[in-house]
Ligand binder design. Structure first.
Ligand SMILES: O=C(O)CCC(=O)C(=O)O
Ligand SMILES: [Fe+2]
Length: 467
């Protein structure tokens, strides 16, 4: 780990030196901005309609020995009413339990054990579409994926589901798939929302409009990264019937013989990074970049051991989404040492806060953190943390104890876990209570060598060792 450079000249800088320093600082700021802008983002979802043969709209359902049958391509209002009445009220996860609250979610649900559909996402080719649309960047598209049927939901008039993210069931879950059947309804659009430090973007999947436009009986689908916030707007009339699936990377992750397209975004970004590395005014003595990942990733909240937690964070590198995968790929292709980190922010310290500490794993703060020392010092002393961008005073103080520090240049605004007490705030709203896994904000730490010797990865093409 490179530590901060604390050799300072004893004499005060001359006005010329000060002017030069200022110019270099501004130039670096501009370079970092360019780098951030070169990451072209695609929307975090894909949507469309699929025409199906009439039989594929058949549903069997029931909670006892006698099942009913209906066909979504020609279901009558009475049939849909019966389906709605067979459903239980849909719950959602809030702070560790499943709750029913009609001000947050008003809809009916059937568990997967109480219904049977004839079509599957695999059979209609949807998994191939999702792979190509959501996982092509970073070459993740060669991984096989699977869809796990989750629930059937009926949204009658005035039904809705407010903003939430979908609870991660395991580290392998990356997305959600929602299929809407062609039953007459108005309203009930699904809005997707993504925030970063600077702005919020929103997209709409208006299944009612899509299905109304379809010439032949079709289903409408939307697949999205499940850490993206989404919301079902109120249904105005009719019944909106959906089935939801959780999307996973397949366990065996067998590589498929897929074409290897180079996304245009990858080309743009690679060209920009290469240009900066070739520029002798860009970090002439080398330095560290920190890319806050755009998406969040599920990992265990209570890893069994430090080694397991470290492994889990490393494994996320094989499952990055969209531009996150692209940035890592380009960094590693250019022989830069890039690794994933959790950055904790301690706002509690009286002096010199907030402190950002980079760790190579999720830390079990609930168990171990004792209040005798400040949180950031605990992370540095006991958990292998590295203090980022220390102030002059801290640099000196920590240096006396040989505690690790590093200077990093954030690409965009820092993201971190805010922890200033023993209680960490985890994402509270999910579509199901499940506390084993939670989404984590992750950053990518990239080491850049000095001019003439930019490469920092120990072995090209091999995941570099943590340092
Ligand atoms: O019905 C929909 O469009 C989405 C439902 C949803 O977000 C969920 O069940 O988690
Ligand atoms: Fe959801």
């Amino acid at each position: 780990m490179s530590t901060s450079n604390n050799t300072r000249s004893t004499s005060d800088p001359t006005p010329e030196e000060l002017a030069l320093q200022k110019r270099l600082k501004e130039q670096l700021k501009e370079h970092l901005k360019q780098l951030s802008r070169a990451i072209v983002r695609k929307p975090p979802y894909c949507q469309g309609t699929i025409h199906l043969p009439a039989d594929d709209f058949t549903l069997f359902y029931g909670k006892d020995a006698i099942a009913r049958r209906l066909n979504f391509s020609n279901a009558s209002p009475e049939e849909l009413q019966h389906l709605a009445e067979t459903c239980d009220p849909a719950t959602f996860g809030l702070g560790g339990e499943d709750v029913y609250d009609e001000t947050y979610r008003k809809a009916g649900k059937l568990d997967a054990s109480d219904f049977l559909l004839r079509f599957t996402p695999e059979a209609v080719g949807l998994l191939d579409v999702i792979r190509a649309e959501l996982l092509v960047e970073g070459r993740n598209s060669t991984k096989s994926i699977r869809a796990e049927l989750y629930k059937l939901n009926v949204y009658g008039p005035e039904a809705f589901f407010k903003a939430h993210v979908d609870t991660p069931r395991s580290e392998l879950m990356f997305g959600s798939l929602v299929i809407v059947f062609p039953t007459a309804h108005e309203g009930g659009a699904l809005n997707l929302r993504e925030r970063d430090a600077e702005n919020a973007q929103e997209w709409t999947f208006d299944s009612a409009a899509l299905l109304a436009q379809a010439a032949q009986p079709s289903i409408a689908y939307v697949a999205f990264y499940s850490d993206v916030e989404h919301e079902v707007m109120p249904v105005q009339s009719g019944h909106r019937v959906t089935v939801t699936y959780n999307l996973y990377y397949a366990e065996d992750a067998a590589s498929l013989p897929a074409a290897q397209p180079v996304p245009t975004n990858e080309h743009t970004f690679r060209t920009k990074v290469q240009a900066l590395l070739d520029d002798p005014t860009f970090l002439p003595e080398g330095g560290n970049l920190m890319f806050p990942l755009r998406h969040q990733y599920p990992m265990s909240k209570t890893p069994k051991s430090d080694a397991k937690a470290r492994r889990a964070l490393k494994d996320v590198a094989t499952r990055l989404k969209a531009t996150d995968a692209l940035v890592l790929k380009v960094m590693r292709d250019l022989s830069l040492d890039a690794s994933l980190k959790i950055v904790y922010q301690d706002s509690g310290a009286v002096l010199g806060g907030p402190h950002y500490v980079m760790c190579d794993r999720v830390v079990r703060l609930e168990d171990r953190y004792e209040v005798q020392e400040s949180l950031y010092e605990h992370l540095l002393r006991e958990e292998g943390g590295v203090l980022l961008n220390p102030g002059r005073w801290e640099d000196k103080y920590l240096g006396a104890y040989a505690l690790p520090r590093a200077q990093v240049h954030w690409i965009g605004a820092p993201i971190a876990w805010h922890v200033n007490s023993t209680k960490t705030t985890y994402m509270v709203y999910g579509n199901q209570h499940e506390m084993a896994h939670t989404y984590w904000k992750i950053s990518m730490y990239v080491r850049v060598g000095p001019v003439g010797n930019r490469a920092t990865a120990s072995e090209v093409g091999v995941a570099p060792s943590e340092n």
